[in-house]
Write a protein that binds this ligand. Structure first.
Ligand code: HEC
Ligand code: HEC
Length: 182
């Protein structure tokens, strides 16, 4: 008797919890609806079909290209106008020129094409040849949110018994770099 009573009460408790959850969820719905009406969603954006793809697959839709561009922009920690030139004859609603995405006048766009081709080649020619490799190289692998990838600096070697031994060599490499930059 006792075990079955225990079961029933557990089931009842579970049911109550579920009911409480439903009530809570239901109570939240009107609030969500209110948020939407007081904050209308932005106009759905349209993405025109690309007209000047030279390295990306030509069959990509405007939306797919846009999505990729947002990834590149984030991976490089930059903005669309790093690679895309302003169109002075096409002024946007904010009074500033819109970007002409198809134009090739910015040299950085050409660099990005080279970078894309390089990345594709790294993946298809080399990474793909490694057994079970599921980690393709992307723009972010090297750029990590910076337009110019930052040099990798190794952490100071904790096993080094005397740090003084290391400082002269690192000092000289710094001054060497400074000289090279002048
Ligand atoms: C790092 C450089 C770079 C950045 C940043 C960048 N783009 Fe691009 N974008 C390119 C390159 C290169 C192409 C051409 C690809 C090709 O030739 O296949 C291109 C092509 C495009 C196209 C297609 C144009 C056409 O008609 O052929 C659109 C649209 C576009 N970019 C939008 C954007 C938007 C929006 C952003 C910002 C969110 C952006 N891009 C940021 C490099 C960049
Ligand atoms: C294997 C590493 C690596 C990958 C992957 C990579 N890049 Fe680069 N990228 C570099 C290095 C290194 C430089 C700096 C070259 C220099 O300035 O001497 C660079 C420079 C650039 C520049 C020029 C920046 C400037 O200030 O002139 C752009 C734009 C760029 N990369 C875009 C891309 C895009 C877009 C991708 C992905 C499609 C990509 N890169 C993938 C290593 C990489």
């Amino acid at each position: 008797m006792k075990p079955s009573f225990l079961f029933v009460s557990t089931a009842a408790a579970a049911l109550l919890t579920a009911a409480a959850f439903i009530v809570t969820t239901a109570a939240q719905v009107p609030q969500g609806v209110q948020d939407v009406t007081s904050n209308p969603p932005p106009q759905p954006r349209t993405f025109p079909a690309p007209t000047n793809l030279k390295v990306l697959p030509r069959e990509l839709t405007g939306e797919q290209v846009h999505h990729l561009m947002e990834q590149w922009t984030a991976s490089l920690g930059t903005h669309c106008n790093s690679c895309h030139a302003e169109d002075r004859e096409n002024i946007g609603p904010d009074g500033r020129p819109l970007l002409n995405f198809a134009a090739d006048s910015k040299p950085m766009k050409a660099v990005a094409r080279t970078m894309f081709t390089m990345t594709e080649e790294i993946n298809t020619k080399y990474v793909a040849s490694i057994d079970n490799s599921g980690v393709p190289v992307t723009c972010g692998t090297c750029h990590r949110g910076h337009l110019g990838p930052e040099p990798f600096v190794t952490a100071p070697d904790k096993r080094a018994s005397s740090p003084q031994v290391q400082s002269p060599s690192s000092d000289s490499s710094t001054s060497h770099e400074e000289n090279a930059n002048r």
